[in-house]
Design a protein around this ligand. Structure first.
Ligand code: FMN
Length: 357
């Protein structure tokens, strides 16, 4: 499916080297101020070609709203947005059109569908994630109106981990680093990989601040399950941790439980989620990105007819997808919370009476 969400949901369309990409966001309540400058600024954070730590593909990523907005406000009808592709270099992909690039979706797309747009990875290209960021920006507008904040940044690159998290500095960092004390070493890791014609993995941290208690639907639409679904659905994401995450499996209950006092939770190992529902504390989620599959070293592969080949890639690629990926992860978190906020409305008679009586 190309659709995500139940009440606040979106569908994306488009390929990397097609005419355009875009999304249709449905379920946006009427009367939300749609700040186009803000939506564009979110796309600008994800857009390629901004510095030596990202791909050199230059895209303006100018978003155009086609429907669902009148006199600056949402009308309760589907909001369609389009971003035209500008800087495709499809010639770069001529030599790989019949072969399977290692680490890419070529192999599985070919076997599943028997046909694929090989130019720039087609639909499997992370170019599609620009549409998610556009949809996420609308979700963020809704969250802003309800005083819920979503923030993200890079906590690790190539195993170099942040020791502290400062979300205020992320927008001033070329790699969206959360910790100034390791930023240079993290940048060095990226450049080292890039100069060796290779790539490197990394980890983004996403936080949701100010979410009310009770977001998440037991049993099968839990907040943690939904966040994992949203994050694992991002290209190149191979792991998601909530709160203490994998580390909790090595702890004792006495170390991992968050004691509760009259003034709230003493710690936040739970990552703000208990029983699949937000507990009012900061929701924390770590998103693990693999290294970019496109590297400029010779690799072994086969073609669509099964012949053994050496794969030598051309083109322009992110040396570390986690950096721009962190913006996508933040957008997906906003989309999850917007969906759950709307789903939560029918939870109790008290809610319903507040709305209808
Ligand atoms: N993969 C590349 O080979 N080159 C890129 O320049 C590239 N840029 C990406 C940018 C972002 C923001 C994200 C989230 C991913 C990027 N990827 C890139 C990753 C691929 O899209 C992804 O690894 C591929 O589709 C295979 O899917 P999988 O890794 O989820 O299995």
């Amino acid at each position: 499916s190309n659709t995500f969400g139940r009440r606040f949901c979106f569908t994306t369309f488009g390929e990397s080297h097609g005419r355009a990409i875009g999304c249709v966001v449905d379920g946006v309540p009427a009367g939300l101020s749609i700040d186009e400058v803000f939506i564009q600024s979110e796309l600008d954070r994800r857009k390629p070609g901004q510095n030596k730590f990202a791909t050199a593909r230059k895209e303006g990523d100018k978003v155009e709203i086609l429907s669902g907005v009148f006199e600056g406000k949402s009308t309760g009808t589907p909001i369609a947005m389009v971003i035209f592709n500008e800087n495709q270099k499809s010639g770069d992909y001529e030599n790989v059109k019949n072969l399977f690039r290692p680490g890419h979706a070529d192999f599985t797309y070919f076997h599943k569908y028997g046909i694929r747009d090989y130019r720039g990875g087609g639909r499997s290209s992370a170019r599609e994630t620009a549409a998610r960021v556009a949809a996420g920006a609308v979700a963020k507008l809704l969250l802003n109106a309800l005083h819920v904040k979503v923030q993200s940044g890079i906590c690790a690159i190539g195993g170099i981990e942040a020791q502290s998290y400062d979300f205020e500095r992320v927008s001033h960092s070329e790699i969206y680093a959360l910790d100034a004390s390791v930023e240079e070493a993290q940048k060095e890791k990226i450049l080292e990989a890039k100069n060796a014609h290779d790539s490197i993995g990394g980890v983004a941290l996403v936080q949701i601040v100010g979410a009310p208690i009770g977001l998440g639907e037991p049993m099968y639409y839990k907040l943690d399950a939904l966040l994992a679904d949203a994050m694992m659905g991002i290209n190149g994401v191979k792991g998601v941790e909530i709160g203490e995450g994998f580390h909790a499996s090595g702890l004792k209950g006495s170390q991992n439980n968050d004691a509760i006092t009259q003034s709230g939770f003493v710690s936040n190992h739970s990552g703000g989620i208990l029983g699949g529902m937000s507990n009012g504390d900061v929701v924390t989620c770590k998103v693990y990105f693999k290294p970019t599959p496109s590297i400029f070293l010779s690799q072994e592969t086969i073609d669509t007819e099964g012949h053994a080949l050496t794969c030598n890639l051309k083109g322009r690629h992110d040396p570390c997808i986690a950096v721009r990926g962190s913006v996508v992860a933040e957008s997906m978190a906003a989309l999850v919370i917007a969906d759950l906020l709307l789903l939560n409305l029918g939870t109790s008679m008290e809610h319903l009476k507040q709305i209808y009586m």
